[in-house]
Design a protein around this ligand. Sequence first.
Ligand SMILES: [Zn+2]
Length: 207
Amino acid sequence: MVSAQSNQFICGRPIDECLQIIERFHGWQAPGLVLGLFMVDLARELIGSGTEADAVVETRHCLPDAVQLFTPCTIGNGWMKILDWDKFALAFYDRRTRCGYRVWVDLEKMRHFPKLFNWFMRLIPKKELPLEELLDVIIAAGRQVLSSNPITISRYCDRLKKTEVNVCPVCSEAFAAKQGAICMTCQGKGYYDLCNPKVNRASVVFK
Ligand SMILES: [Zn+2]
């Protein structure tokens, strides 16, 4: 268990409880997710607890899980969008006013925590910095490595709604009508090959 400042409250909970939540969900106390916890905490505080905020996350790695765990925004409910830019940054904004805050890892600030900087920039092999030590540094640094700015969202602010549905005449599955008359897979643009093409819908016996 991490010893540093274990009485700290993050996202409304003691840090130890946050770490347990992270481990249960993510499988382990991933340092990126712990860093993300502090980013979510800061962004939440900036936008205020009274605002029902949507989120944009600028990397697919770790950070989306921090948002899903400690805010009501998830991929599934459409309140969080992920941009595959590999920037360790996120924005929370009010969906009605489009005003919000962006929080990012500030490299100039992180330089004051050399171990953290070296890990973040992948300048040292993983085994040179044990997880416990890295987590202690992340927790000790907290917000000191982050910067924030008020923003107005100009793109990616529409919630994606489900559109019309067609039934594919080839596979009989429902799919988004905007893809055409037959589904992507049956158009030959699928992502898999059948291991046993003889097992098809017609031969399945329902008991
Ligand atoms: Zn089909």
